[in-house]
Design a protein around this ligand. Sequence first.
Ligand code: FUL
Length: 749
Amino acid sequence: MKIQKPLLMLLNSLLAIAPGNLGAQTETTASAEPEEVLRAVSVVPHERQVAWQRLEFIAFIHFGVNTFTDREWGTGKEDPKIFNPSRLDCRQWAKTCRAAGMKQIILTAKHHDGFCLWPSRFTEHSVKNSPWRSGHGDVVSELAAACRDAHLKLGIYLSPADLNAIERGVYGSKKPAQKQVIPSPRPGWQPQSPERFEGVWDEYNTYFMNQLFELLTEYGEISEVWFDGANPKPGTGQTYAYQDWYALIRKLQPKAVIFGKGPDVRWIGNEAGGSRREEWSVVPIPVPPEQYTWPDMTDADLGSRARLKNAKNLVWYPAETDVSIRPGWFYHAREDGQVKSLEHLLDMYYRSVGGNSVFLLNVPPDRRGLLHENDTHRLAELGAVLSSTFTDNLTRGATAKASRERVGKPEFAGAKSVDGDRETCWTTEDGVTRAEIEYTIPRPRSFNVAMIQEQIRLGQRIESCAVDAWVAGAWKELATATTVGAKRLLRFDPVEASKVRLRITASRASPAIAEFGLFNAPLILAPPVVQRNREGLVTVTAKPGVEIHYTLDGAAPNIQSKLYEKPFALPKGGVLRVLASAAKGVFFVGTNSETRCEFGLAKTKWKIVSADSEETRAGNHAATQAIDGDPRTSWTTQTRPTSPGFPHELVIDLGETVEMAGFLYLPRQDRGAAGLVSQCEFYASADGQSWGAPVARGDFGNLVNNPIAQKVSLAKSISGRFVRFVALASADGKPAAGAAEIDVIPARP
Ligand code: FUL
């Protein structure tokens, strides 16, 4: 039976809050449930959130002037003429995403630089002033058409922060707000939509809403509007009329969810692809949603019972996990060898889609306007593995025997959890919050993945559960989980069985299981793990059954390349590319499982000469940690309220004279925010006394969310024995500096 809206309301009141109606059940706990827990269970998703959740796997496309300037964050001062993709083809993007199993594409219509990928009538900083398609191009329109053809949904990223608008004095302008009507008239423009929005807005909010109006009325259906919280230049005093933006979106695209700085979908809280151990879609907020300015929610616990205590307002606010297939969000040729491995992508898929979240994977087009071959290849592999894993659900046709069912309600029988219909579900009686269900499949099969889905239209209920298999005459626990929500995927070693049991061990109300599945995922060829110590010794490890080959000249490794047999010395550093391939007679899915590393000089003789400050109070953040060859440890300057601010500096003695070609700055990798250096200078000296002018400057974007290694190359190599690293500004605007590692890239003879 499908759950229809009126019934849903009835069901919800029946299933969720029935503390007085517990009868003589033995497995009940609901009578004891505190009021706030019952309230949390009664919060359900809006239809647009259900539709979004079911997309599961979607694509992000970061494309714009940064693609051509090789930056992660632009300046707003770019010349629009630099945007000139030679072979832009949105159909190639759509085809690739579709083949990977993605259901939607979100495009950076405008990133922080303010450059618009559509010919907006409200700025000159756009494709209309670029040579691409002789100034008549419109990436949004080409992508909208490609998505329609490929049956993909379309989302729009429109950066609230706008560096070009700052340059023009529109953003952060102190001019008083005025009465406005959106869309603002433009000569010769007949807006396609009759909708009008009146209000009192400043220049930037008017500009922003006009852009939203263009994007939401001229490109067909838009399913997601992405509001990024990041701002490269905070402190201008510009405020955003969020509630008016939302009202405009609701009117023009009522089915679209609003992400991030908006009420429908929350940012998972990191850019590394992982969901929380407990990912609750119901979270407390301090004021009613209509008055709320949605913050980034990054706490480890957002919705546990402890968080619900004293909660004033509870909302359905599910998570989206955004991450890039490469280190950066925009395309950089230097990252062609750093496309994430199949294993890494799958791991993120399992943790996000299988962790009650939607997986938003970024694939950045290159300067041709095409997705690079390395990315398309990887996405095709990913799509193939996902479909070969999830097409054959072994519980199809299984029989189900539940410990508890609703008496006289066959529409909620155990069998409903294996009928392949996610609208139906198995539930127990009200108040029964612990239950088991046993599935028998027609013959023993081998499997290594279990899938549990709650009927989220009835809220999120399960707090813990376990899956067992009947093996050799006894139940064997395969895996346990905390929350479930829209989907929980559990991975374990392959097991062969015909009887499997799902145990709900704690739930906020009677569990409502929409689907339970079992799958057999293929073995994946994982990339080798490379480690190099301070002395320059390289160790490579891989799974059993894997052969390792490598190159040191930058060339792509293949099975003819040098075979790795034991650790080797790499004192001068360089680019190491290592390939995993299946040994004879072993079968894995996935090819090109490569790890690429760039190393600087070995640090055997290095010493710290001086550091202006070291934080040794909270953990060991001494300066030596920046040259210990261990990326997990870091130097940071003191963070006491009285600690001095920028500049900070570190002087290193390399122990010998070196011809230097560049530097690597690795920000701290432990997700700590203090000390991520966004601007710095490097100096070189023969004697550690006379330094002269800086030999290089670093200007690094997006470090807080994506603290990847930053490379600074010298225009001309320089010789020296001492290096001075001067930090000038930090990514979080606070006065501390730091580094996980500082490396010197030697000039190649
Ligand atoms: C961040 C931005 O600053 C990055 O450039 C990127 O767009 C990412 C998705 O969000 O906050």
